[in-house]
Write a protein that binds this ligand. Structure first.
Ligand code: DON
Length: 559
């Protein structure tokens, strides 16, 4: 399948104003479709679909392949969330495989001197158990078959794209102290640099994947891989022990279900903040006449920014792992959304600090990845997983060839310290052994008449939730095609920092509304927001239509 490229944003924006459908829109599929940041990983999913696997089988194969072809975020050493619509009259469900704090971690385990990249910052990885659980529940092909494409890609190698070559060159230049990383990602010409077309072979990773394929997901947590992780932790004075690995649990959880204008949006529950925050925003917007002023007017942008501001404050105040923190019920009640809606001034921005006088005001980033899968029988998968920062902790497990996450950064490291730059000090998300850190990952499946209709999600830390919100309203409220919905420029506000962002600050069509927003008190700035590789399933024809996001490289594979 053709690959959409084009670095960051603005190329895609042309599509918004063009009446001509994009190439990705013209392509639609009837039997199965995978859309991800990596063409090779999407093909891995397609290979499994063609072998008779369902969307979950294909998603598992794609996830393992991304761990090989997109090492910045694809992973076996991280964690995430998978939403599955099983098809037919069944309701969507969620597999939560978020990393957990090791037993040695506690509320003040980190000091201001602790950096973002070290053996101290990985949480206990969840991806392999998560995939195992999803397979146990819905898989139809043998587990070991699902890992074969990834094993092949790792062992035989694959030609790197221009983007991956540049990403690896950047990584190697900035991570000199990480010797195993330097070894595993060394360019073919050791003194040179990566170039597009060079072969990336990952032999240690191929052996690790082979062990996991042969012995099952458990191997990662109790077998040779667990032993290698333990050795790595001992060497680097890290926190994760064999006991942590053996005790790690992924869970099947009930999604947050948000009715919205004749659809239902299914999103992950805590420890993802996505379901609650997206739910609160959709509840606020449900009470508004969103279409009244048109998608790009200053009034609509203002309403969206003020809605985001308020929902992100509630996120900061209340959300954390529900096994450790009481979560107020009112957050998703319509009356609460109504009261927040009523607090929006139509004519001016509300300073964020004025909304939370009780919080003493004394920093998330660029790598996570989302992919969407759908099959011919109505099953759909929406999966977002991450290592947190690009290439995670930069610690590669010696002899096992994979990177460990730095997800512990998502906890509130300094209780009581909330900063203008976005650090949050509320209790709900402080560190405790085995607790899972709050996430913003929001893979969603939107249903119409009970069937999967829209599959979407995004990387981008706290921006994720707002990206997903806008893809959803673009389709539901503004009747955009999936490609337009994905390509349109996005807004972001997250309470603190008190800044409003809009991706296309230079776009001619938006100048007037942006000026108006500034005069209303919004401090506006630009900058790219996360990609959203999506699928729309046409309710009448059941055709699978890709929304391949042109902000980033990506590839779709369907038939
Ligand atoms: O779970 C979270 O919300 C973050 N660790 C995600 C990080 C992220 O999206 C970085 N990428 N763009």
């Amino acid at each position: 399948m053709p690959r959409a490229r084009g670095l960051l944003i603005l190329t895609g924006l042309l599509i918004l104003v063009s009446p001509v459908p994009s190439r990705a829109e013209v392509n639609s599929f009837s039997k199965g479709l995978v859309v991800s940041v990596s063409e090779k990983a999407s093909q891995a999913g397609l290979e499994i679909l063609k072998q008779g696997g369902n969307a979950v089988d294909a998603a598992i194969a794609t996830a393992f392949a991304l761990a090989v072809t997109h090492p910045a975020a694809g992973n076996i050493g991280g964690g995430g969330f998978m939403v599955v619509h099983p098809g037919g009259a069944n309701l969507p469900t969620v597999f939560e495989y978020r990393e957990a704090a090791p037993l040695k971690a506690h509320r003040t385990v980190y000091s201001p001197d602790d950096g973002m990249y070290s053996h101290k910052v990985p949480g206990v990885p969840g991806t392999v158990r998560g995939m195992g659980l999803a397979h146990q529940r819905f898989g139809t092909l043998p587990w070991k078959d699902l890992l074969q494409p990834a094993i092949r890609l790792a062992g035989q190698g694959f030609p790197v794209s221009k983007e991956l070559a540049s990403s690896l060159n950047g990584l190697l230049a900035t991570s000199k102290d990480f010797l195993e990383l330097q070894k595993v990602f060394a360019p073919p010409n050791r003194n040179g640099k990566w170039k597009a077309g060079d072969l990336l072979r990952q032999n240690d990773l191929a052996r690790t994947l082979e062990r996991i394929a042969q012995h099952g997901p458990e191997e990662f947590y109790t077998g040779e891989t667990a032993r290698l992780i333990e050795q790595e932790m001992i060497r680097g004075k890290g926190l994760i022990s064999r006991e942590d690995l053996a005790n790690y649990q992924a869970h099947e959880r009930k999604p947050i279900a948000i009715p919205y204008r004749g659809h239902v949006v299914y999103a992950p529950p805590l420890p993802s903040s996505g379901g609650h925050t997206l739910g609160l925003m959709l509840n606020i917007l449900d009470g508004a006449d969103l279409k009244k002023h048109g998608r790009w007017s200053h009034q609509t942008k203002h309403l969206l920014l003020e809605t985001m501001r308020r929902a992100f404050l509630e996120r900061a105040r209340h959300l954390g792992d529900q096994g450790f923190t009481d979560i107020p019920h009112f957050l998703l009640e319509k009356t609460f959304a109504k009261s927040l809606h009523a607090s929006i001034d139509d004519d001016k921005a509300t300073p964020s600090k004025s909304l939370a006088p009780e919080i003493p005001i004394s920093p998330e980033s660029d790598n996570t990845t989302h992919f969407s899968v759908a099959d011919a029988k109505g099953m759909a998968v929406s999966n977002t997983y991450t290592l947190e920062r690009s290439y995670g902790s930069k610690v590669v497990v010696t002899g096992a060839g994979f990177l460990l996450n730095n997800e512990m950064l998502d906890f509130n490291w300094f209780p009581g310290t909330t900063t203008n730059s976005g650090r949050i000090g509320s209790e709900a998300n402080t560190i405790a052994p085995r607790k899972k850190m709050l996430s913003s990952m929001t893979p969603v499946i939107v249903t119409k008449n009970g069937q999967a209709f829209l599959v979407t999600g995004s990387p981008g830390g706290r921006t994720i939730i707002n990206t997903v919100l806008q893809v959803v309203i673009n389709v539901i409220d503004f009747d955009m095609t999936i490609q337009q919905a994905v390509d349109s420029p996005r807004l972001h506000h997250q309470w603190l920092p008190d800044k409003s962002k809009f991706e296309d600050m230079k776009g001619k069509a938006y100048q007037e509304s942006l000026k108006k927003l500034q005069s209303m008190g919004h401090e506006m700035s630009g900058g790219p927001q996360g990609d959203a590789h999506s699928i729309l399933i046409d309710p009448s024809t059941r055709k699978l239509i890709p929304g391949l996001d042109q902000r980033i490289e990506g590839g779709l594979a369907g038939y």
